[in-house]
Design a protein around this ligand. Structure first.
Ligand SMILES: [Fe+2]
Ligand SMILES: [Fe+2]
Length: 180
């Protein structure tokens, strides 16, 4: 397994963990609306920054580009399909965010469930198909280079402080919703 794809797989684990926590949040009873709105707002923040900006950013700006350069097809092929799902995910996040602003918990849950189902399927396709192809067509040296680009990208678009803050948030939710 290449160093870059391994880093992305690790991020998939973190995203899946948050989706499991989100399920717990949506199942939880006896929580007042305000505290749910706060937790959901934090989850949307995490999904925007970590899942979309950072993780999908690394895939779109580096991995997919490298795969295209190696001849993997875009439109009508696996890369095009993944890009379409990223766009779909962004639309769901926007919907989740709008529902929160309107304090519409039902609307939020509908959008969140669509996002969750999309992302679980998306991650499975990447882990079991796309990254397998990537590991075949991208050599070790390019994977190392890409990993370094990832580090720089993360530092530039997310920043170290925010990264720490996001991980601390996950720990707090996990504790509050019995997922520790
Ligand atoms: Fe992706
Ligand atoms: Fe991914």
């Amino acid at each position: 397994m290449g160093k870059a794809t391994q880093d992305l797989r690790k991020e998939h684990e973190a995203i899946l963990h948050v989706l499991n926590i989100l399920d717990k949040m949506m199942d939880s009873e006896n929580r007042d609306t305000d505290s749910l709105l706060k937790y959901y707002g934090e989850v949307v923040y995490f999904l925007r920054i970590f899942a979309d900006k950072c993780h999908h950013g690394k895939e779109e700006n580096y991995l997919f580009k490298e795969m295209l350069a190696q001849g993997i097809p875009n439109e009508g092929g696996p890369i095009g399909a993944m890009l379409q799902e990223h766009a779909q995910g962004r639309a769901h996040i926007a919907q989740m965010s709008q529902s929160l602003e309107a304090k519409d918990l039902v609307g939020f849950q509908n959008a969140a469930k669509q996002y969750r189902d999309l992302l679980r399927g998306h991650i499975a396709k990447e882990n079991f198909v796309l990254f397998m192809i990537a590991d075949q067509v991208i050599d070790e040296e390019s994977q190392e280079q890409m990993f370094e680009d990832f580090e720089l990208f993360e530092e530039t678009v997310v920043g170290h402080g925010v990264h720490e803050e996001l991980h601390a948030m996950i720990d707090t939710w996990a504790e509050a919703f019995g997922m520790g």
